[in-house]
Design a protein around this ligand. Structure first.
Ligand SMILES: [Zn+2]
Length: 733
């Protein structure tokens, strides 16, 4: 009897613990929420995801096009039919399209580039009339004739190699491979080195026949596929380049595009490997280093070319309407607290994967939420679902909207949840690190449709299997939290988090959907159905994941921010920076010794006549103590907050929630980042020389990378101040 009682009571204990564990983060009781999510899930339809991808990618739909208007109104119709209060907010956006595109080579080689992708009978939309030609948006107008130089991926380190060979690109046109950086970095670095034109081509080694079968047999680039894309220097500021200080509303004050700080001065054109091959084959000069060689069937030379290249480009520089679809459901308890969800709707051409696959998931969520409404459910907080226009040319639709509504957003926006393209594979998520436990919890509750395990397990397995070395594999496998990435740029979250400090997430699936269709006419429904997500089931998986994020943020009693994970992450960044500087110091010392002792001279082939390497300035010791002290303070503030969060007093919870969602704004600095004040977040920014790629603690990290020690010390002070500001803010709770 006694024994039995004991067994019974310990069973009770287990049940209670389980229940306590089961409660979702931020919920006093999660039963109702789980029921809501069950109903939500039951509404989602892979079939409808496929139908919407087909409909919304049926015509080219770039900014200002007939198709773009159709897509915006179809999206608005879905929201309206689902019961959302829907409007279209229009901005007047500069969007240049080409008038003239000429690329030819004359001399030893005579070749006129086709600059045209081939329509295919296997791809039903590949022959449509309204397609934008192949071009890089925001190239300058220009007419350049010069010899060509091959610059590998066109990154700063490639120019260091060129310098060793004694090759200068001043007054030349350069040709760079796509890949290894955001495309806009290549012409930027070329221009900095004095080049007068830039070609960017897709080498088959990266996403052509060397990677897999070419389209239409397989998903990779055929010899005429071209990656379009923006080369706006978004790392200075994104959005309409002619309205740097405000929204592109009717009558907005504009700067001349020729004077815009984020536009380049040289003509830039993307080409296929079919068009690049004759130009590259014409090169003389040294044989390219082994790691510069691509997969074309001849020896790669650095150049210059024997023949002259003529590149002539002219654009229309027109203002066109950007149509943002904004759909709202007012919150029943906290209408002034907004959960914002967005995906862009404009594509370079048909854009089935980018962006429509993500858009179709967002529409599924909207339809499912509509069904909940019809059953009498109401969100506690206001839901705002957005379909952005003009993302492709430079995040214009979202950036102008954010600039337009900045004050309201800083007062009311709880979070912004973004998606873009989607496909088969693994969960990829980046965002504010206070959301780490939230995204972990969600990822453990969503099932991967291919394997039946959670999307958390699958992402973890991929990371562990792909890690190099047994220790790294074990670390990835033992992880209890989803490894949320930091945000760089390349989609519409940028202005929310990096300009306004609105806590953000970016979510998508992929990794088993490789191909070379990105920004080409082949990013089509036919391609998507064959190679990206044939059953459209990952469209449902994305909607489940992003939908849970929206619904949990909307319904939580205490908003699910956990700053202990932000603390841990930032601590990791800082120790990494300290380690980097120590390593740089050691490396510089050793390298300088080798240079002094002529090691590189004796190791080189004298007939190559490489330039002798020079020593570099030694790395000083710099003082990280302001950051370490700020981290200490932050840790104490987090402990204080965790205690405060235990309150069950609803009035206190309400006050606390406002502080919780505005906390990330404390990390903004008034001055912004050096030379790019639009970027105000002290922890996350796209890299000045990586573009999409993130730089964490960017002010400090980039100063160190550029060996600007005075600036590094200044930035350490500025970031420490921002972290202290956040700590003081949290301590008032
Ligand atoms: Zn996109």
């Amino acid at each position: 009897m006694k024994k039995l009682t004991l067994a019974f009571s310990s069973l009770c204990l287990i049940t209670t613990t389980l229940n306590a564990q089961k409660n979702l983060i931020g919920f006093t009781s999660s039963e109702k929420q789980l029921k809501t999510e069950q109903i939500f899930d039951a509404q989602l339809s892979a079939k409808r995801v496929g139908e919407n991808i087909k409909l919304l990618s049926s015509v080219p739909h770039h900014v200002g096009s007939v198709g773009g208007k159709m897509v915006a109104s179809e999206i608005a119709k879905v929201f309206t039919d689902a019961g959302w209060d829907t409007k279209i907010e229009t901005y007047q956006l500069m969007f240049p399209t080409p008038i003239t595109r000429t690329l030819e080579m004359t001399g030893a080689t005579n070749y006129k580039a086709k600059l045209k992708e081939t329509p295919l009978k296997e791809d039903a939309t590949s022959n449509q009339a309204d397609q934008l030609p192949t071009y890089n948006c925001w190239s300058a107008d220009g007419d350049a004739t010069a010899n060509l130089v091959y610059v590998n991926y066109g990154l700063p380190e490639d120019y260091e190699t060129l310098a060793k060979y004694g090759i200068d690109v001043k007054g030349k046109i350069v040709i760079a491979k796509y890949g290894r950086s955001w495309r806009g970095i290549k012409p930027k670095v070329a221009q900095e080195h004095g080049a007068i034109g830039c070609l960017i081509y897709s080498d088959p080694i990266d996403d052509g026949y060397s990677a897999g079968d070419a389209y239409p047999v397989g998903p990779f680039k055929n010899d005429q596929t071209v990656q379009r894309g923006s080369i706006m220097d978004m790392v200075i500021y994104p959005g309409d380049p002619t309205t740097p200080n405000g929204a592109s509303v009717d009558g907005a004050e504009r700067v001349d595009h020729n004077a815009a700080a984020n536009l380049l001065k040289i003509p830039v054109l993307p080409i296929s490997y079919g068009d690049a091959a004759p130009l590259l084959k014409d090169m003389e000069g040294p044989v390219a280093p082994k790691n510069w060689t691509g997969a074309l069937p001849f020896t790669y030379h650095i150049g210059p070319s024997k023949s002259l290249v003529h590149l002539k480009l002219a654009f229309d520089w027109k203002i066109r309407p950007g149509l943002n679809v904004i759909a709202t459901i007012k919150g029943s308890e906290f209408p002034d607290q907004w959960i914002i969800r967005g995906n862009h709707h404009d594509g370079w051409v048909n854009g089935a994967a980018d962006p429509i696959s993500g858009m179709a998931s967002e529409l599924e969520e909207a339809i499912a939420i509509g069904a909940l409404l019809k059953q009498g459910w109401k969100p506690k907080r206001t839901l705002i679902y957005c379909a952005w226009d003009a993302e492709e040319p430079g995040l214009m639709g979202s950036t102008e909207w954010v600039e337009h509504h900045a004050a309201e957003l800083q007062a009311n926006a709880v979070a912004y949840i973004n998606s873009d393209g989607n496909g088969r594979g693994f969960l990829g998520a980046q965002g504010s690190h206070a959301f780490m436990p939230l995204i972990t919890e969600i990822s453990k509750s969503v099932t991967d449709p291919e394997t039946g395990v959670s999307v958390f397990e699958r992402a973890k397995a991929a990371k562990a299997a792909g890690a190099s070395g047994a220790m790294a594999k074990k670390e990835a496998y033992d992880a209890t939290q989803y490894p949320l990435g930091a945000m760089g740029s390349g989609s519409d979250y940028s202005s929310f988090i990096q300009h306004l400090g609105v806590p953000s997430l970016n979510i998508g699936f992929g990794g088993e959907d490789e191909g070379g269709e990105y920004h080409s006419i082949y990013d089509s429904y036919d391609m998507y159905k064959r190679f990206k997500d044939p059953t459209f089931i990952y469209g449902v998986t994305l909607a489940q994941t992003t939908g849970r994020a929206v619904l949990r943020l909307s319904e939580a009693d205490v908003l699910p921010f956990d700053f202990s994970h932000l603390h841990k992450t930032v601590k990791g960044y800082i120790s990494e920076l300290i380690k980097n500087v120590d390593q740089m110091r050691e490396t510089t010392r050793i390298e300088n010794d080798l240079v002094k002792n002529k090691v590189y001279v004796y190791a080189a082939d004298p007939t190559d006549q490489l330039k002798t390497q020079e020593g570099t300035v030694e790395v000083p010791y710099i003082d990280f103590s302001p950051l370490l002290n700020a981290l200490n303070h932050f840790e104490k503030a987090v402990t204080h907050l965790e205690l405060a969060k235990k309150t069950t007093d609803t009035k206190k919870q309400t006050e606390m929630n406002i502080k919780l969602y505005t906390a990330e704004q404390q990390l903004l600095t008034d001055a912004g980042l050096p030379r790019r004040p639009w970027y105000k977040h002290s922890l996350y920014a796209p890299g000045f020389y990586t573009g999409y790629g993130v730089k964490t603690v960017p002010g400090v990290r980039e100063a160190i990378e550029q060996k600007n020690w005075t600036e590094a010390t200044e930035q350490i002070g500025s970031v420490a101040k921002a972290i202290d500001k956040l700590s003081l803010y949290l301590e008032t709770l």
